[in-house]
Design a protein around this ligand. Structure first.
Ligand code: DNO
Length: 384
């Protein structure tokens, strides 16, 4: 696999010069300064491409070319937004940037309740506590009938373990973790500048009233069918990121969560340019998924790999596991054999050795990711 790294552009504190020193071969990035829905012009695309190439690297993957909410819920301006999307794809295709990661998660991209959950060794990790998430949903967001979506044990933990330690500050932190810090840099729906993120979030949720999984699936197929001719013309591979966590949340449908979902969207648009980002981490955050089996089944339709993995507790909480988790080693083995040239990056590695003081985007530490990339590189070398 090609060793790539998600880099957030010229303002990223981690520079391309640093990345060359640690064995990175390709860059995963986006034009983060262009608002969602606007065209990525040829000029802007080439500026980024040249910036990367002048520093001895290549722009391997776009993550993400964001799909606007209106395309997801099927708003009146979706055709116009899809035309803009196609134009951005053409401009990327002309520049030779041909692997495009995106997601089809309504409103919220990935979700975690704790961004610095302490490990016994002094490092910290991302963590998803189901009972804290329920507390956010029921008591902070105050979503109608939210309690119906949680099992009795989660509600009991919420009442007995979470509620007693909640105060204004803890609630604020939960809001920051769930809808601000993990989101602003990935989808721009809510950013650190929003003064009332919860209200804005409620408005976004309202857009999906009446949109169930079936409607969302139809909108995804509509979008993919519309862009496939451009992908065919330029040889562009689209690769959807699985939903993280892989289950419906906050009353929103999620449609890339399991084997049947993956099969459904691949079959709905049977073109090899319609493919998957195999994020072993997102898929493994659901106890229903066997990532090794999924990797075997979908290697041929995978155009991008996210090498990380989660451990799910019996109560549904989950935490990122080590990049040397045996399941991840198996996944690496499968892709090295089936898709040797596919781009691969690590993420969601621990915060360690001063990473916590650096203000990196959540999940994108330097030392933690460097160690993770070292581990995966070692596995790849051993397999060879
Ligand atoms: C989280 C990331 C996701 C991913 C998007 C792709 O760390 O893997 O935010 O970039 O879902 O659109």
């Amino acid at each position: 696999m090609e060793k790539t790294w998600r880099w957030f552009g010229p303002n990223d504190k981690i520079t391309l010069e640093m990345l060359r020193q640690i064995g990175v071969e390709g860059i995963v990035t986006a034009l983060h300064h262009i608002p969602n829905g606007e065209i990525w012009s040829e000029e802007e695309v080439n500026k980024m491409k040249n910036f990367i190439e002048e520093r001895g690297l290549r722009w391997s993957v776009v993550e993400s070319l964001p799909v606007c909410e209106s395309i997801k819920y099927g708003g009146p301006d979706r055709d116009h937004l899809i035309e803009n999307y196609k134009e951005s794809l053409r401009n990327l295709g002309k520049a030779g940037v041909k692997t495009i990661c995106y997601n089809f998660m309504p409103v919220l991209d990935w979700a975690r309740t704790d961004l610095e959950y302490p490990n016994p060794d002094g490092t910290s990790n991302l963590y998803f506590n189901r009972a804290e998430f329920a507390y956010f949903d029921i008591n902070i967001l105050k979503r109608e009938n939210a309690a119906d979506d949680y099992d009795e044990d989660t509600l009991r933990r919420m009442r007995e373990e979470v509620a007693p330690r909640m105060n204004k500050e803890a609630e604020h932190r939960l809001v920051e973790n769930i809808i601000v810090k993990t989101q602003g840099f990935v989808n721009g729906n809510i950013t650190e500048d929003d003064l009332e993120p919860v209200n804005k979030f409620r408005e976004l949720l309202d857009l999906y009233k009446g949109i169930d999984a079936e409607a969302l699936r139809a909108n995804m197929a509509y979008f993919l069918n519309a862009i496939m001719p451009v992908c065919d013309e330029y040889g562009i591979d689209m690769c959807v990121h699985p939903d993280d966590p892989p289950m419906p949340i906050l009353g929103l449908p999620r449609i890339v969560t399991c084997d049947a979902d993956i099969e459904a969207f691949l079959n709905a648009v049977p073109n090899t340019h319609n493919g998957l980002t195999f994020c072993a981490g997102s898929l493994s955050a659901g106890a229903h998924n066997n990532v090794v089996e999924l990797a075997k089944k979908y290697a041929s339709r995978t155009h991008f790999v996210h090498a990380r993995i989660c451990k799910v507790q019996p109560n549904g909480d989950f935490k990122e596991s080590t990049h040397l988790d045996p399941r991840l080693i198996e996944v690496v083995r499968i892709f090295e054999k089936e898709r040797p040239g596919v781009a691969m990056r690590v993420d969601h590695a621990p915060l360690m050795l001063g990473d916590d003081k650096m203000g990196y985007n959540a999940g994108y530490s330097f030392h933690g990711r460097m160690l993770a990339l070292g581990m995966i590189s070692g596995v790849m070398a051993a397999l060879k």
